[in-house]
Design a protein around this ligand. Structure first.
Ligand code: RNT
Ligand code: ZN
Length: 415
């Protein structure tokens, strides 16, 4: 018996919350873990810089250089975070065994076989992302390029990624969320905004015209307001992606860093859920801009989690993380971000949403505000510790020492 947990359990019971049921629900919500935190979004299919309007900054030692290093690092992370997870891969993480390189438009399931083995070993479903950046043909235009050869190349890339997504779903038994994001855009005011968008639309139509099993492969489309070097115009804007997703019956994806600084994704979730059967999220942390900082347990993160739970539609929302910090220990970065989002979900599950909604509906806004604030200091930490113990992962800050030991024994050897 853990006296602190028992006290918390009693405290939450008084407001109608069953902490045992909460812990069960919490462990079942899948969070998709992005492989790209481990190597600063480089991948294994090219040499050269990360392009596409995104950037990693920092050169903390010990980044993963090979598939086996990246897998080992992710394995370490999985010992520190509890609950259901998926593995989120990018096409540039293809593994060319025996040196059999294939360009992006010729990728096949076999190039991801080691990842499937890794996922099976850890009981993970796999999500996927075609990679429309860090490639000589991303010039930087891809699916919206006015060069037919380049556009066709990237259409083929999208099509072969759909086949790979289906393979992931077949192999793991879990549906595969495949997310399309293109960096296409202009630094300065374009003369023609509609042309590139029309070509993007045509390209997506062409990609989605290949047959794929819609019950196993969920296509998502991620919008963006701007990127580095694409400050004035991005082809895949919010309106474009939302409209296209609704028209085609695919899923819109919102990345928390992809809006104007005072816009918040927490407010968009409910609006989108009324029109899209499913939505998808990239949980990140913008600091002034789409800076992809490690997710904190901050107000907006908690509000997003609250919206997910309070909507009653958690099973319709695909949750993935998307941050990449190269200035701190990368295993710690992953662990902090994953634990924080799980904590935010816990806070949301420990909130009596129905009672609060009833106050709102009867106009008792004073009590609503008062209770929202009171609940913030309820003993959630005790439930979190109990949850972690039951999941067999560190319940307290002791994981930090574990990561620092791993740095000493494993990462430091990667000179
Ligand atoms: C970029 C998008 C995109 C990428 C990953 C690596 O702004 O957020 O999701 O971060 O695909
Ligand atoms: Zn994203």
């Amino acid at each position: 018996m853990n006296a602190i947990y028992e006290f918390a359990k009693e405290r939450y019971a008084q407001i109608g919350i069953d902490t045992e049921a909460v812990m069960k629900s919490l462990s079942e919500i899948p969070i998709s873990i992005h492989c790209w935190q481990g190597d600063d979004v480089v991948g294994f299919d090219h040499e050269g810089a990360l392009t596409g309007g995104i950037q990693t900054t920092g050169n903390y030692p010990g980044k993963a250089r090979t598939p086996s290093e990246l897998m080992a690092d992710m394995e370490k992370v999985l010992t520190l975070v509890g609950g259901a997870h998926k593995l989120n891969l990018h096409a540039c993480y293809a593994i060319f065994e025996d040196g059999n390189y294939a360009d992006r438009d010729a990728l096949e399931p076999k190039h991801f076989a080691p990842w499937v083995a890794f996922a099976k070993k850890h009981g993970l479903g796999i999500d996927f992302n075609p990679t429309f950046f860090s490639h000589p043909k991303a010039d930087p235009f891809t699916l919206s390029s006015n060069d037919e050869e380049i556009r066709a190349f990237w259409v083929r890339h999208g099509q072969c990624c759909l086949r790979i997504a289906e393979y992931f779903a077949q192999e793991t038994g879990a549906p595969c969320v495949i997310n399309f994001w293109i960096p296409d855009g202009y630094k300065d005011t374009p003369a023609d905004r509609i042309g590139p968008r029309a070509r993007f639309r045509q390209s997506m139509d062409e990609i989605l015209s290949v047959p794929y099993d819609r019950s196993k492969v969920y296509v998502t489309l991620e919008s963006k307001v701007f990127g580095i070097g694409m400050e004035s115009y991005t082809v895949g804007s919010g309106e474009f992606c939302m409209s296209y997703a609704i028209e085609k019956g695919i899923t819109p994806l919102m990345d928390t860093g992809h809006y104007h600084p005072t816009e918040v994704v927490s407010d968009k979730i409910s609006a989108m859920l009324l029109f899209a059967p499913k939505i998808a999220l990239h949980v990140s942390r913008p600091v002034r801009w789409d800076s992809d900082h490690v997710v904190r347990y901050d107000d907006e993160t908690r509000e997003i989690a609250k919206e997910i739970i309070a909507s009653g539609r958690v099973e319709d929302i695909a949750i993935a993380l998307d941050f990449f910090d190269a200035s701190i220990n990368r295993i710690a970065a992953w662990t902090i971000g994953i634990r924080n989002f799980r904590k935010a979900l816990l806070a949301a599950l420990l909130t009596p949403h129905d009672a609060l909604k009833a106050l709102q509906n009867s106009g008792r806004m004073t009590e609503l505000l008062a209770l929202q604030e009171e609940y913030k200091t309820y003993p959630m930490g005790a439930v979190w510790e109990e949850y972690c113990k039951r999941e067999g992962v560190p319940a307290d800050a002791s994981w930090i020492e574990d990561v620092l030991n791993y740095e000493k024994t494993v990462l430091s050897a990667r000179a």
